[in-house]
Design a protein around this ligand. Sequence first.
Ligand code: ADP
Length: 514
Amino acid sequence: MNAARREIRTVLVANRGEIAVRVVRACRELGLGVVAVCSEADRHAAHAELADRAIVLGPPEPAASYLRGDLILAAARQAGADAIHPGYGFLAENAGFAEACAEAGIVFIGPSPAVIRAMGEKTAARALMEKAGVPVVPGALLPAPGPNGSFAPEAVHEVCDRVGYPLMVKAAFGGGGKGMRLVPDRAQVVAACEGAAREARGAFGDGTVYVEKYLARPRHVEFQVFGDSHGNVVHLFERECSIQRRHQKIIEESPSPALDADLRARMGAAAVAAARAVRYEGAGTIEFLVDQGGGFYFLEMNTRLQVEHPVTELVTGQDLVCAQILVAGGAALPWRQEDLAVRGHAIECRVYAEDPENGFLPSLGRLLLLREPTGPGVRVDSGVRQGDEVTLHYDPMIAKLSVHAHDRPAAIARMAAALRGYPILGVTTNHEYLLAVLATPAFGAGRLHTGFLDEHLPGWHSGREGSAAVALLAAAAAEPERASRTGGAAPRAAAPAVDSPWDRLGRFRHPGLG
Ligand code: ADP
């Protein structure tokens, strides 16, 4: 435990996109200086332009820019930054980078390198949690494979038969749903273990795999935890993230429709115990799977700010990013557990430039028209602006659209309305897919599980046609907007004379529904 005060005056944001913008805003509110780093492709990106200054790291590829810890530390020294906020992704869970920050005398806004390392290895994290009395998904480590990557079948069977089928093979250092396989029965287990180990070696540089009992139709419910350097730990309740595509969350909400007060209290206590067991400092997330009977099991801990943190901010009214910075500076947590409560209901949708009708492939191109929804209880965390380009180099998420309302049905209605009033032209987006999920009766009833999308929207198709004509119309609709942004001479009156080009396109695509 390190209760020293470390004065933070200037923060370097080691990230891009919406999360970098989010951190820049928090620094401004705290009256701190803020420095962005960017790749050559991001010189004019929102995060770079919003910061006090931006330092170019290198070429667009993350390995040559946002993942270059050495260049980022050099930028911090050059700019006189005394702290680095890593956002999520990139270097956020890189213990070596956190260590390098400490060696350079720069505060890493996150937990200690030792905790990042311990939680980054899922098997070690599971063992730690078991010791702290937190229930974990039943499972076991596999014996190491031979030098040619093949497992001894008897050894694999011995371990897996004990765990039982179906089971999940997972990479010890995995993340983002990679290196994970569902094994229905004994006949496929050896090949699946070998495949997962190979994939894990390629993606994470380590082929260690373990197996877990596969829970049928579980919910993904995670708890936001927060610790400080004075030994205080609280939780800020849960987020339900069961709406996933290929194990990646796309809709998150708080509170979870599955938790009653008793289960919430027990899971919250387990989450706090988990964070206390590793003397956690800063913002972290304890992920659980909840089975159909209400049993809950530790899945993993994420030692960073989570993509879906806005839903927690909306229902608790607290600012997690400001708290991260204050706590990293040595301050005590701004809340006691009894100060925290949930008000109303919040939902977040991840809006992507992707084509749900074409295998969810990223849809690259320029955002010819982009108008973000506003209004009571609507929040948009976005890192792009009209005229920006969605490229192959980075995640194609355009924004996180979050809403807050007095209860869940009102939040769903508010989200649907906000999505409909969110025209984006120039790339294909998952807007209509998200709307289809919200409109599913099981979603409305809160009957969620991690296989929800496969069950309710397999092979989803919008049923709309005429995309080439729509693209042309889109370009035409966007022209006056582009001209006005770039200082062109197109008069304002030349803008489309409808409130929402999205509606107009809807009518265009649906001649019969006008
Ligand atoms: P990653 O770190 O790659 O995201 P996780 O261990 O967090 O992997 O799991 C991601 C998702 O995979 C979970 O939210 C859940 O949908 C599914 N999953 C993981 N483990 C199990 C399990 N044992 N049984 C059923 N589903 C699981």
